[in-house]
Design a protein around this ligand. Sequence first.
Ligand code: PMT
Length: 220
Amino acid sequence: GSNHRMAGKRVVVTAGGTREPLDPVRYLTNHSSGKMGYAIAQAAQRAGADVTLIAANTVLPAPKGVKVVHIQTARELLKNVQAAFEAADVLIMAAAVADYRPAEVADQKIKKTAQNETMTLKLVRNPDILKTVGASKRPGQLVIGFAAETTDLITNAEKKVKSKHLDLIVANDVSNQKIGFNSDNNQVTFLFADGSQEKTPLESKPKVAEALIAIISQKL
Ligand code: PMT
């Protein structure tokens, strides 16, 4: 429902999946639709926050009252998150970020040749946005990540909450088609820096987003 729990707070949310170009016509990406991040942005706005949504390749309608910035690659996402987080109270990274990108982007379309039955792509690491931003976090700023996992959900999420210096991670089992990428529903475990956990029921992404915003507003 409508309330003012986050009045005066600046919240930055990321959504969608980054696209890493290979040539003028091709790119590497993932299955993120942006639904989860958009729902979080809308829930924060309803709670009275001033919200900036940084969207990677989404086709969803802009949430009401939210400033939306569209970007494509992980490096563009990093630049925009750094700029927006400077004056923000909360960062929530729901975007699915490519860990690697093609080492070279061809100027022209890569052509197949009669000799080349196989092709090897060289990839290089993308910057870790949460790690980079988390390292310069001021006291009072909250940084929240997601963990999209297909195995060992909680163990892997616990590792990420520590290595990325997060206040909270939202563990999402993306091996289940009903609750991960592009689905309308979700079911997650909130995992706090102190090790405590809270599992949500299977419900709509807007409901999961409300639960997340309720937890964050208590911490602010
Ligand atoms: O968009 P939807 O279709 O609604 O789907 C929602 C979702 C499945 C994308 C979402 O719930 C989710 O789990 N998002 C995180 C996806 C992801 O990239 O997870 P990860 O475990 O690979 O990364 C862990 C965290 O680090 C994430 O918060 C990610 O944004 C961040 N990250 C990852 C790589 C990188 N180079 N920099 C980062 O900051």
